[in-house]
Structure formats: structure tokens, C-alpha cells
Design a protein around this ligand. Sequence first.
Ligand code: SF4
Length: 344
Amino acid sequence: MDGALNIDQSCDGLTGEPQHIVSVSGGKDSASCYLLAIMRGRPFRAVTADTGHENEITYEWISKLSARTGGPEVEIVKADFTARIAHKRQLVQTKWVSDGMPDEIIQAALDILHPTGIPFLDLCIWKGRFPSIKGQFCTEHLKAEPIFEQVFVPAMASQGNVISWQGERRQGERRGESQNRSQLPRHQRVRYADIGSLHIWRPILHWSAENTFALHDHFGLEPNPLYRMGMGRVGCFPCINARKGELSAIFARFPEVLEKIRHFELLVSKASKRGQATFFAASTTPQGKRLAEDHKRGLRLDEALPGIDDIEAWSRTTRGGRQFDGFKLMDGNQLCSSQYGLCE
Ligand code: SF4
């Protein structure tokens, strides 16, 4: 998103007919923006960024949104990491070698450094690690970048002004936020040199979750069924920010997710200089946090940080992580976000 010259907080100065584009995630907040755009009665576009790591229920729900509401079809964009993975291969063949990395680590990385076509996995293979709460590079690379490059830039080039509808809400605490949401304006303009202006419009900033469900009711639109299955949010499945209760619900209802993440961990570990990559940060579990601290001090280096099977076992424990408690209800909170409201 280089080229931003100026940010202000008004939609003044629009010339010509701007293009309205709603970002859809499959969740209730972005769906509310989509429904409000329908109520406005003027043409608009809708777009979603496919991370390749969503639940099938979400894909299906998005694909039927247009038919169920009379709004536009949701356009799908995907991030492509082909060039960046190729560049990393070169780095492995040069810098990793000159750094004296062991042959088996180098060979494992070269074996795995090929695009899979699954954006989330390719991002992690390129980075050699999974995103985390402290390093949440996923939203930027998987959602903001492809939508900006593939949709907003061409739209600005043809229309001059783009109004990007974002489903950000101030109500409800979210963990792992990179920005104080209380500071977010309803309108925000970002000017791009020689292209045009991107006007960020947050129409539901002051809404409650109940307001969003009420709007669904008004349209007779069933919200994404994942909410009824105990998910507090929808998006990547699971999101790296998922809380304990949500994880226990996911693993109990969708055991295939465990297998998928196991596979991801295996592949991403091969692209890692350390030869290990875990989907969730070590600090997710109390035992993992202690082990990570010991690793920093050069202790217990032969013990692996908690992988997804450890996380799954921990997700079924009571507070403190010792005693198994079976299936528990989830926390019910929204879990992750971005300035652009691309992750619910
Ligand atoms: S839903 Fe979660 S894992 Fe997916 S891009 Fe957003 S923050 Fe990252």
C-alpha cells in the first residue's frame, strides 16, 4: 500500500461517481455492511479474500449471499506468493548456505519451497513460521494486499474514488488488536499518488452485535451457521487468535481441522530455519510458555514447543490447563481485527 500521501477523516472532495465496494468476510459484521449497501439502493460491488483456510460452511454461505438477498455476487480474490517463495528459495541456496545452516535443514526447505495454491499455507511457507498475535502479518498479506491490488487499485484507476465499506465495530473487546479501535473514525480518506482516493467507510462502527443480527432478521437472512455451532467469529478456521473455548468447540465439531493443522505444521517446519513451526505461539499454554522461556535461556532445548495436538489437549482442560473438562462453550467474544475490518 505504498503511495499513501495523506489521511483525513472526511469524505469531502469526492468528484464523479465513486465506486462502492463492500469487503465480505462471511461474518455478521461485514454482512451487515452488505445489507446496508443494498438498502442504499445504488450499485455496489462486494469482494472477499479467500485465505484457503476457511470453513466450507463459510465459503458456501458467501457464495449464496447474492441469491439470498438480491445483492451483487461476491467477487473472490486470492493472494499469490509464487514470486516471494521463489525469492526465498534463492535465499536458502545462498544465505542459508553461507550462514552454515545444516545440509538437512537446507534440503528440507528446498523440498518444500513450492507454492501449494493455499494462500494461508503459502504465506507461512514463505515466512517459515505461522503468524501470531504479536506478529499478525496474515491479515495484511492474505486480505488487505490482494483486495487493494486486485480490486481497489483498478477501481481507483477507473473511478478516481473508491468507498470501501468495512464492518468494524467498536463494541466488544477483541484480543490481539493492533490498533485502538476507539480511535477509529467512521470516515477516513487515503490518497494515492496518481491513482485516486480510497475512502474507508465504517457504517456499523457504533453498532452492537445484536444490531447486526437484527439487520439479518430484517432481511430474513440466516447468519453464517457457524455462529449457531458455537463459533464467536468466522474467518480462518481456526484463526491464530482463537481462544481456548472456541478451539475446543472447533476440535470437537470439526476433527478434520486437527489433521489439517498437523499437516500445515509439518510443512511449515521444513521451511523454518529452526526446523520447527507451531500454529499457535508457545505462550498459548502455561507449559509452553515456561518451555519457551527455558529455551531462551538455553535450557530444555531437546523438548519441542507445543504443537497442535498439545493445543487440542489443552483446549479441553479447565482453567490452569490441568484437568480435563470435556466440551465447553466458547467465550463468545470477537477475536481479531484489523484497521480495515477484514477479519471479524
Ligand atoms: S482471520 Fe485470523 S488467521 Fe485469518 S487473516 Fe485474520 S487474523 Fe489472520
